[in-house]
Design a protein around this ligand. Structure first.
Ligand code: NI
Length: 223
């Protein structure tokens, strides 16, 4: 997912612009990570309903998939990615909202005397959701201007429940429940849609969706 929110940003600036700067990797779990190809509309695989990760599949292959998904998402750059977007129809999502405050000043590197180095103020917060299920979505709705790595260059306002609880498994197969709000709640719901073969433009009216797809076609022809 790419996203821009009118709450915190001038309407003309989208987070994709702010993410133009490549950020440091949060950590390296495997020696070899690979950037995978991101499927784009109208690739029919994006309409696939993804299948659960089975208990015996919490293995190294799953770790490699998750590492590659982060690598691919940071490279794009985006703030969320579902496995089906790299052609793997499994119920696996990665999210990293990255900068909360794009104007924040860089932090000091450390407290060592004589060290003037700075590190980015916006820490990466990689999140992994395997077999996620949304519980008790709020009646209250929030609206964000959303984008999607599979629908490049297109942004549109989408209404979604403002808060929800998500039940999910981690890479070790342990189950967790967490209350989400704000951008994380929206991003999680956007990524969960991918697991059902739904794109954010499917939430738009037919007219707006067709306009968006036409615009994308034009952009591609111009490229
Ligand atoms: Ni998306």
């Amino acid at each position: 997912m790419n996203i821009a929110t009118a709450h915190t940003l001038p309407p003309s600036i989208t987070l994709i612009d702010l993410f133009g700067l490549r950020r440091a990797r949060p950590h390296t779990r495997s020696a070899i990570m690979a950037i995978r190809e991101i499927l784009e509309v109208p690739d029919p695989r994006l309409k696939t309903v993804s299948v659960p990760v089975e208990p015996e599949e919490f293995n190294d292959e799953l770790r490699v998939l998750v590492d590659d998904m982060f690598e691919t998402m940071y490279d794009a750059p985006g703030i969320g990615l579902a496995a089906i977007q790299v052609g793997v129809p499994k119920r696996v999502l990665v999210i990293d909202l990255q900068p909360e405050d794009p104007d924040a000043e860089a932090d000091d590197c450390c407290e060592d005397e004589g060290c003037d180095a700075k590190r980015p103020a916006h820490r990466n917060e990689p999140r992994i959701f395997i077999n996620p299920v949304i519980l008790n979505p709020a009646d209250e709705v929030s609206t964000y201007q959303e984008g999607c790595l599979s629908v490049p260059e297109i942004y549109a306002d989408v209404d979604r429940p403002a808060t929800c609880t998500v039940r999910y498994q981690d890479l070790d197969g342990n189950t967790h429940e967490e209350d989400l709000e704000g951008l994380l709640a929206t991003c999680l719901q956007h990524e969960m849609d991918h697991l059902e073969g739904i794109l954010f433009i499917d939430h738009l009216s037919r007219l707006k969706r067709n306009m968006a797809l036409k615009k994308l076609k034009k952009l591609r022809q111009a490229a």
